[in-house]
Design a protein around this ligand. Structure first.
Ligand code: ATP
Ligand code: MN
Length: 460
């Protein structure tokens, strides 16, 4: 007989039959006669209750079965006497696989999220992080399922890049040079020709440029991988290492791009509602009573779409005193994004931003002032997706590269797509952890990734 997962046991109708389970003890309570041991194996948020008649077991063993220890329980599955669960295990044999003494830090319920960040190696053993990690899995799977079902191909873009042209953010340098004594050129500069790749290299800030190359061959592709930004932005929505999903589609204009972004987000949120019910209910009850309602609202209402110019009008005419004053041409801050989402009471897609505040590759509009950018703004989170139709015209793209003093020599391969068989195309980037913030209702991005990397923090 194979041990069964708690999720299967709790749903099992096979009462009266032998059952066994392996997992970690969450709590043990009871009296001299009887012990109630909650065993959780991570397969589901709920634990299974193990009932043990104390007299039938070794005294020393019963002492060692404590919060945090790992046990193998054999017994009979029976209808539960208590409320809260349909079935429980009447134990006939308990094997202690791994003990845990009183120094186990998760003794009591209700530790603060801040404290749990300091013990990120153990926090998966809490209900909260069990729920979040299971949901992360389901969301990642849903990303692949969505694109696979639509005929997109998963492209593995490189993590190490030799160009810093994307301009999405500050980069982490990758080097094998001896930092104490690096080789120098005759001018006294560090000589990267002697570095591992024969040039300066960095961790990627985006897979988009490579995504565009593949879209010009496979049609519709997406990347989904780790992304790195060395900005010193210590906010609840920024990580130095995060996961980004970047679809790139040949023959898509900005309308198609917006339609895909909206459909994709709704699909992912519906997937969470359909597949993460227990975990969502737990998070909803403990942290955010409006979580499930908010998710249901977003999937069942159209996003508001308007231009940056109209949005700025709304902000200026709002009469609200923003910390960062807003006028046409300024980059929108989180307070502005939040105001717009509140104003329309739903997610908002802003388009046609001033070209000065957007990347060089975005398609230039006829007006000479704006580009076909699209940002999707979500309640509380602000920007969850940033995307655009891409400039496919070689001359226009080159003019922008020159204007913005972007080192062209790093981009020759990218520019080749505009020389050979260029076509209309579009794409966007969704920050996976920003999505996770939204679907879990957590308010700090450090709590939706197993081991967060932020300024001055790379433990575990
Ligand atoms: P922001 O203005 O919020 O810093 P951005 O405009 O720099 O974001 P993009 O370069 O457009 O971000 O990246 C695409 C998406 O990646 C964003 O919409 C967001 O969801 C996510 N993202 C960007 N930077 C981070 C970060 N440091 N940590 C987590 N997610 C991020
Ligand atoms: Mn952006």
């Amino acid at each position: 007989m194979k041990p069964i997962r708690v999720i299967d046991l709790l749903r099992s109708q096979e009462t009266g039959k032998p059952a066994e389970v392996k997992g970690w003890v969450r709590t043990k309570r009871g009296n001299k006669q009887i012990a109630f041991i909650a065993v959780n194996d991570g397969s589901i948020i709920h634990s299974i209750q193990v009932v043990a008649e104390v007299a039938k077991f070794d005294e020393e063993l019963m002492k060692q079965i404590s919060t945090g220890s790992c046990v193998h329980v054999k017994g009979i599955l029976v209808p539960s006497q208590g409320s809260g669960q349909a079935v429980e295990i009447q134990a006939t044999e308990i094997i202690l696989l791994g003990g845990a003494d009183e120094s186990f830090p998760l003794q009591k319920k209700g530790h603060s999220l801040e404290f749990l960040r300091e013990i990120a190696h153990l926090r998966p053993r809490t209900n909260t992080f069990g729920a979040i990690l299971r949901m992360r899995h389901h969301m990642a799977f849903a990303v692949h399922k969505y694109f696979n079902d639509l005929g997109f191909f998963y492209l593995h873009s490189p993590v190490i890049t030799g160009s810093d042209a994307e301009g999405a953010g500050e980069m982490f340098q990758v080097t094998t040079l001896d930092l104490k004594n690096p080789p120098r050129t005759e001018e006294g500069e560090i000589n990267f020709k002697e570095d591992f790749f024969g040039k300066a290299t960095n961790l990627t800030v985006s897979g988009q440029l490579e995504g565009e190359l593949a879209a010009m061959a496979l049609g519709n592709v997406y990347t989904f991988g780790p992304t790195f930004r060395a900005e010193n932005s210590n906010t609840p929505r920024h990580l130095a290492e995060f996961w980004m999903i970047e679809p790139e589609m040949a023959f898509y204009d900005i309308q198609d791009n917006m339609d895909l972004a909206e459909d994709f987000l709704k699909y992912l949120i519906q997937y969470a509602l359909d597949h993460c019910k227990d975990d969502l209910e737990f998070l909803n009850n403990l942290y955010d009573k409006e979580l499930i309602g908010r998710l249901q609202f977003v999937v069942s209402n159209p996003f508001e779409r308007l231009s940056y110019t109209k949005a700025v009008d709304i902000l200026v005419n709002s009469g609200k005193k923003f910390e960062f004053p807003v006028k046409w041409g300024t980059d929108l801050q989180k307070e502005h994004e939040n105001y717009l989402v509140e104003h329309f009471k739903r997610p908002v897609i802003l388009t046609d931003y001033p070209k000065e505040i957007k990347a060089f590759y975005m398609k230039q509009n006829e007006d000479g002032k704006t580009v076909r950018a699209m940002d999707v703004l979500f309640p509380w989170i602000g920007e969850i997706i940033g995307g655009s139709q891409r400039e496919e015209n070689y001359e226009k793209l080159m003019a922008r590269i020159t204007e913005m003093h972007i080192p062209e020599k790093d981009l020759w391969w990218y520019l080749d797509t505009r020389k050979y068989g260029a076509c209309e195309h579009s794409g966007f980037g969704l920050g996976f952890e920003r999505l996770m913030l939204f679907v879990t209702g957590m308010t700090n991005i450090r709590d939706v990734i197993p081991f967060p990397r932020t300024p001055k923090n790379a433990d575990f």
